[in-house]
Design a protein around this ligand. Structure first.
Ligand SMILES: [Fe+2]
Length: 261
């Protein structure tokens, strides 16, 4: 039997979508001083950029989430289809990220084994929850949306800052910056896919609440990550990687995240 949408249904769906889209805007990473001031105004030293690269595990965590959620959503074809499309687009992104990080002198093993700051551990745990444990898959999808929805604007801002202030850090700036060139465009399309999925299939009140919760928790954890990196960068301006490793040794050491390099 075909469901007929009433005016009330449409208005509640519009409210839900508006609310959902407002979350990554209200908790935008670009509004945090670490991006808005330090990154954008050229205040990062080479060591500061290395610290950022060592703590930014977004690409690995996002890809791990997609891989696992693809399996977990096998009985939910609409969600599964968007995850699969998204995953296909992620091919090669890890290599692009490692090219960027190699540009500032980091090896793949530095990235894989870098000790995590507490805020980095926090984001890692949030990703683990959405990837493996969240019972309502819409909560996980809400989190993935909040992550990807911000990436085009962040990539745009970073490309501008890299070009203006940091090009001298890289031997081949054009090759290194491709990671952000790709995300500037690809994630616009991905965010639109997630939104269409919500619009057409996230209709139950509990599912909508779960999606909003997921988006909020992801957006705020991302801002917390920046706050953690910002504090570490301000406190230890002259640190080198060895110092960082010493400073956050045994107690906060985590298993490395598997990467393809
Ligand atoms: Fe990516």
């Amino acid at each position: 039997m075909k469901m007929i949408k009433t005016h009330r249904d449409r208005s509640s769906q519009e409210n839900f979508l508006t609310l959902l889209q407002s979350i990554p805007v209200r908790h935008a990473m670009l509004s945090h001083t670490y991006y808005a001031d330090r990154w954008a105004r050229g205040q990062l030293t080479l060591e500061g950029m290395q610290l950022y690269c060592l703590q930014n595990r977004g690409e690995q965590l996002f890809q791990e989430a997609l891989c696992v959620l693809k399996g977990r959503s096998i009985m939910r074809p609409a969600i599964n289809g968007v995850i699969e499309q998204n995953l296909l687009d992620e091919i090669g992104h890890m290599e692009l990220w490692l090219t960027f990080t190699a540009g500032v002198g980091l090896k793949a093993k530095d990235i894989a084994y870098a000790p995590m700051l507490p805020a980095t551990k926090g984001l890692n745990e949030i990703f683990q929850y959405f990837t493996y444990r969240a019972k309502n898959l819409w909560e996980s999808v809400g989190a993935l949306f909040a992550f990807e929805a911000q990436m085009p604007a962040i990539s745009e801002a970073k490309l501008e800052a890299l070009d203006c202030h940091y090009a001298s850090f890289f031997q081949n700036f054009t090759v290194a910056s491709e990671y952000y060139e790709v995300h500037r465009e690809a994630d616009k399309k991905h965010a639109a896919w997630w939104l269409q999925l919500f619009e057409e299939h996230c209709l139950a009140l509990d599912d909508r609440k779960a999606a909003l919760r997921g988006a909020y928790n992801m957006a705020t954890a991302l801002v917390d990550l920046l706050e953690g990196i910002h504090r570490a960068d301000k406190t230890h301006r002259t640190m080198d990687i060895a110092f960082l490793a010493q400073r956050f040794s045994a107690a906060t050491y985590q298993q490395p995240i598997a990467i393809n390099a």
